[in-house]
Design a protein around this ligand. Sequence first.
Ligand code: SAM
Length: 225
Amino acid sequence: MSFENKRKNLVENLIKRGVLIKKEVVNAMLKIPRHLFVPEGAISSAYLDSPLSIGFDQTISAPHMNAMMCEYLELKEGDKVLEIGTGSGYHAALCAELVAPDDSENLGHVYTIERHEELVIRARMSLKEAGYDKRVTVIHGDGTLGYIKEAPYDKMLVTAASPEKIPQPFKDQLKDGGLLCIPTGTKSFSQTLYVIKKKGDNYEIEKKCAVRFVPLIGRYGFERN
Ligand code: SAM
């Protein structure tokens, strides 16, 4: 079966399960070649709905998790997005397709931070090959500090589990009215996904579901082992 047909089957399955709802997210998932973002040995599994190893004890999240986070964040054209935890770069590409669909420089942009330099290099290559390198900037560093240079952000997503619901730099760098999607909990996978809306000095916190993410390691995250 072609990659395109495998992608269609995956998307149809996510729609049937009620995970994928908005047509923009459906179209973005149908378009992005996920197989370009997984290691060569895992290409045959690229369109299964499961997380896959990308080396360095890290994973590319399962497609249903990518879809859910994009739906919850209500991403729209023009949004400036900060992702903490680039990993493979796939989720950043998905966000970019939603905030800057036609590669126009006037539209939105995705900034994404990764702590493993080797993953930064690979993600940049995959994003270029898939045509998203102008819409996504990959930064090497500790994402728990956010990325002050481009703040404030309309939307922020954290793709590793944080010990705290809203680390201070994320509070400071999220726009008023902006949304943050973040998994929090323990390092041993007892975690919950939250969507948080900033309203002035207050935060509306909505609990979504139980999740399993690798830990967020950094100054405002967990300590490195
Ligand atoms: N969004 C990714 C994708 O599409 O492939 C999946 C991310 S993976 C589940 C989580 C990533 O967060 C890992 O690559 C890990 O190295 C990274 N990470 C953990 N702590 C971090 C930090 N403080 N700053 C930046 N990246 C971090």
